[in-house]
Design a protein around this ligand. Structure first.
Ligand code: ADP
Ligand code: MG
Length: 372
């Protein structure tokens, strides 16, 4: 079928108690894409995925896979397969037997199983590893076996629930790149859930940011990072600095915000705001220029402070600067020129950034419900 998305979720609600775990979620996943759902622990990611896989049914709403309704269809009759965080491999069985498990249960012939297992091992870069015991494999290889075990069943949609969660940092970094390359090579649609924003940003074509059962924003990693539409997205995706205050003046989307006990900061308003409104304001660490001297006249947003801390991390080094007037801490990404390699604690610096780099949002009343 042309133009039918692999997954079409509309208005899905799932309640366990009073508060819905998944609350009116709608989205589509285009065929062949890498789509991630990113949100903090407990926001409803696994619940949403279990509904797509068919382990639980929604209270209301509709889930279509390849255009077909799924209501009442059990997991083993859906064209989906799920990779779990704990992988759930059989440690004493060989790689080939692990991968062939689902095919044996479907009573596929022995010859076909051997052929399909070999083909999938080749696709995930484990050709020849079939006779090995799972126990003999590295963490990254086990990960690939878990994925191969799903792929061998030819799912339309591969569901991955925090599959890198159990790996150590170095391996996780490596597997991020590997998974993305694997998905691009296979062309299988991946629906990936994670609480780790760097995983979602690096791997995905599109990311949905989820918070308290709702989708806040769906977009490309670049859209989420450079053009967040809600304060939650601005704060959750990437590092950022934030201030709260009240709108002093505005002209269209250009606003001046009187921060609490602090400077008046200019920003670009995402939400419609008017004088007196309570707002929050966000600026990325790399949007801020740090200087040892007073900046040229006309710097739009200017903060004087002292260096509290230097976080040296090679190309990603940061300085934490305390605003002298307010005590507010501001994180600044240092340029890679080495110019600030010897910045010292307590040194007086000035910070400035352009209004267009700062995003302003209407402050939300707690529990305010948002209509996406
Ligand atoms: P995430 O995967 O984002 O960490 P979950 O989907 O596991 O979040 O959980 C979302 C919310 O639903 C949590 O408050 C969790 O306690 C609740 N929840 C999940 N599964 C059940 C269940 N079977 N029974 C009752 N509450 C549940
Ligand atoms: Mg979960």
């Amino acid at each position: 079928m042309a133009n039918v998305p692999d997954l079409d979720v509309s208005n899905v609600i799932k309640r366990f108690g009073e508060v819905p775990a998944v609350d009116r979620v709608s989205f589509t996943v285009p065929t062949g894409s890498f789509f991630s759902i990113l949100g903090p622990s407990g926001c409803g990611k696994t619940t949403l995925m279990r509904m797509i896989a068919g382990f639980i049914e929604p209270n209301s709403g509709d889930i279509r896979i390849k255009g077909e309704p799924t209501l009442g269809i059990p997991p083993n009759r859906r064209p989906t397969n799920m990779v779990f965080q704990h992988l759930a491999l059989f440690p004493m069985m060989t790689v080939a037997d692990n991968i062939g498990y689902g095919l044996r249960r479907r009573r596929v012939s022995k010859a076909d199983i051997t052929r399909r297992v070999e083909a999938v091992l080749d696709r995930v870069g484990l050709a020849g590893a079939g006779p090995k015991k799972v126990d003999q494999l590295s963490g990254g290889q086990k990960q690939r076996v878990a994925i191969a075990r799903c792929l061998v069943l030819d799912p339309a949609l591969l569901l991955l629930d925090e599959p890198l969660g159990a790996l150590d940092l170095k391996l996780r970094e490596q597997m991020k790149v590997e998974l993305k390359q694997l998905q691009a090579k296979l062309g299988t649609t991946f629906l990936y859930i994670t609480h780790d924003q760097s995983e979602a940003l690096v791997m995905s074509d599109q990311v949905a940011v989820m918070n308290a059962g709702r989708f806040e924003q769906v977009g490309t990693p670049q859209e989420l990072y450079y053009d967040p539409q809600t304060p939650f997205v601005a704060g959750f995706v990437g590092n950022t600095n934030s201030w709260t205050g009240q709108v002093a003046r505005h002209a269209g989307q250009q606003v001046e915000v009187a921060t609490e006990d602090g400077p008046v900061l200019k920003a670009h308003a995402v939400d419609p705001v008017t004088a007196g409104d309570k707002v929050s304001l966000f600026v990325r660490p790399e949007a801020i220029a740090l200087r040892r001297e007073t900046p040229p006249d006309g710097a739009e947003n200017l903060v004087h402070g002292s260096v509290q801390n230097l976080l040296f991390d090679g190309g990603n080094s940061m300085a934490i600067v305390q605003d002298t007037a307010t005590g507010h801490m501001v994180t600044v990404a240092l340029p890679q020129t080495g110019e600030f390699a010897h910045l010292s604690q307590g040194e007086q610096v000035s910070l400035s950034w352009q209004a267009g780099q700062a995003r302003c949002f209407a402050a939300e009343a707690p529990n305010a419900s948002r209509t996406p």
